[in-house]
Design a protein around this ligand. Sequence first.
Ligand code: ZN
Ligand code: ZN
Length: 387
Amino acid sequence: MPVKNRFAELHADITAWRRDLHENPEILFDTHRTSALVADKLKAFGCDEIVTGIGRTGVVGIIKGKTDTSGKVIGLRADMDALPIHEQTGLEYASKTDGAMHACGHDGHTAMLLGAAQYLAETRNFDGTVVLIFQPAEEGGGGGREMCEDGLMERWGVQEVYGMHNWPGLPTGQFAIRTGPFFAATDQFDIYVEGKGGHAAKPHETVDTTVMSAQLVLALQTIASRNADPVDQVVVSVTSFETSSKAFNVIPQKVHLKGTVRTMSAEMRDLAETRINAIASGIAATFGGVADVDYHRGYPVMANHDAQTEFAAEVARSVSGNCDDAPLVMGGEDFAFMLEERPGAYILVGNGEGASVHHPEYNFNDEAIPAGCSWWAGIVEQRMPAA
Ligand SMILES: [Zn+2]
Ligand SMILES: [Zn+2]
């Protein structure tokens, strides 16, 4: 089964949906237009059940196969949200909303899963049930977690769940996957440093928060270089350094540092949190100040399951001839919450050359649509073969 012929026929339609979504990006949970468009299309395709409002603006569509002797239920998930980025592509279908842009290709993901839904509803050439999952707020809001908390997996008896993301740099329509930890846990921290402000010409009368915080930024790099086992992955990045004074001649009373932590295991995540607390309080004490740390845990590690990964790769090979080994990705992905609840796998589909995701010149590559849709259809037809 290479690319399915039906998707060559539907390619123009799916491209038009994708470009319409691109022109009308919506952020986090505010995917009202997008969710309504998805629900309308699923209805037009003749899905057996459509439920909105799962995980606030999430949409679920059910398609039953010609038979259901297998009792199998497979979830297919796409994300729908855009990013708070000002688009600079110059495309004729560029974002009409200032400060919002489909810069991660979720327009393409939504359109491809809709294309697969149309085909599956037309053909129903499988033995079991498909649960189409369209989630909001992948980019930081935890929409996947909220859909799970609303009972997504239990309500429809989902047994396995699959996800897909486009990948710039990977040849168009080519697939790549890996088993086990794949995308990183993404945490954030605030560090509030306090000393004793004063005149910049009399540093001896102050407790200098700037010097203290500069030492702290450097010391935090020892978590990766001195605390973590060199074969494990951990990133600690301080991304914001804000002092309570903007003057040339004042030593500020307070400094606020912000940053992010990326890890690939629960042990490394715990280590990073423990060490950030210890280093912050230790450095501050050394210089006579204090530091308070607020550590916020975000998305967990997204880990693919062995059997489903092998199956997902097999389907990818049947579509595109082969399937590459994907690298570890230190970005986060809230499909992690779904893979914590059910076995499943997440695959990358090539977006070809061009800007990376989250760049203002990024664009989803419509030429990847037939391969992506064929993979979705293959997951269903090969996992639940027609009786
Ligand atoms: Zn993204
Ligand atoms: Zn994304």
